[in-house]
Design a protein around this ligand. Structure first.
Ligand SMILES: [Mg+2]
Length: 283
């Protein structure tokens, strides 16, 4: 799951908020594309979505009881040992300034309803019970996104992985299943409503777009292409969709080998993700 979502994030990151013409020209899965707005930036590098997902996954495999402080420590540690781009500017600035989780919690104003809490929630879906998934998704969301919409988006993203990993039904029913657990009360019209067009910044937008990609069927390759073709916040759509799809027995695991090969592989790159994945799937 972690390698696949990182591939989605790294591939999608180059297309985040790019012009539709750039996306149409380069979204062909033949390799990582340099970021449209940062010529010279290394291709195949994942973004904040994967970095924060690593923090969540490490908190899960630690076996420690989750507290806001534990999660905040994880976020600070994951960033400082290997700083990556993609964070919202103000949060990025804060992360780089704080020395530990206590300082992050003290200085953070967690009022966002954007996608940050949803993009990192995937690993939580591995937990065996829906109530545990909802509890942990909410706890981690409240650190940065303590709003009804921010929390619901994180819970929906984690539930998507849960549905696939625990084989709860056909992929075509995933959004309806989530809707049955998380009644839509944050003003977006329902998780099963198909998304079309550019994906905006709020968490529910990325999640609904990812659910649309998932219910559209096909293999991981088609899903990655479809997620990016939407334009907008597509690294997050791809991260959320591929986290779930990589755990579905229905989905062909057909990401092009070049995307596996060229994913960054430093100390916290591909091999680290694969090892962490192995531990995560056995919690
Ligand atoms: Mg990102």
């Amino acid at each position: 799951m972690l390698v696949e979502l990182a591939i989605g994030d790294a591939y999608g990151g180059a297309f985040e908020h790019a012009y539709p013409s750039f996306v149409a020209e380069h979204n062909n899965l033949t390799g990582y594309v340099p970021h449209h707005g940062q010529p010279g930036a290394p291709a195949g590098r994942y973004t904040d979505d994967t970095q924060m997902t690593i923090a969540i996954a490490e908190a899960l495999v630690s076996g420690l009881r989750w507290t806001p402080l534990l999660l905040a420590e994880q976020f600070v540690r994951a960033y400082h040992r290997d700083p990556h781009d993609g964070y919202a500017p103000r949060f990025h600035q804060l992360l780089s300034e704080v020395r530990d989780g206590e300082e992050l919690l003290r200085r953070l104003r967690p009022q966002s309803d954007k996608s940050g809490a949803a993009m990192r929630a995937g690993p939580i879906g591995i937990l065996p019970a829906v109530d545990d998934v909802l509890y942990h998704a909410k706890l981690q969301a409240r650190i940065t996104h303590d709003t009804p919409a921010g929390i619901a988006a994180a819970q929906a993203a984690a539930l998507a992985v849960h549905y696939c990993h625990h084989r709860l039904g056909p992929l075509s029913e995933i959004a309806k299943w989530i809707e049955g657990i998380l009644p839509e009360d944050v003003g977006h019209g329902g998780w099963a409503l198909p998304w079309s067009g550019k994906v905006g910044p709020q968490g529910w937008m990325s999640v609904r777009a990812a659910l649309t990609v998932l219910t559209g069927g096909g293999g991981l390759a088609r899903m990655l292409h479809s997620a990016v073709a939407l334009t907008g916040d597509v690294d997050t759509v791809a991260t959320i969709a591929l986290a779930a799809a990589s755990r579905s027995p229905e989905v062909a695991q057909d990401l092009p080998p070049v995307l596996w090969r060229d994913l960054e592989n430093g100390e916290f790159g591909r091999d680290h993700l694969a090892r962490l994945d192995e531990r995560l799937l056995h919690i």
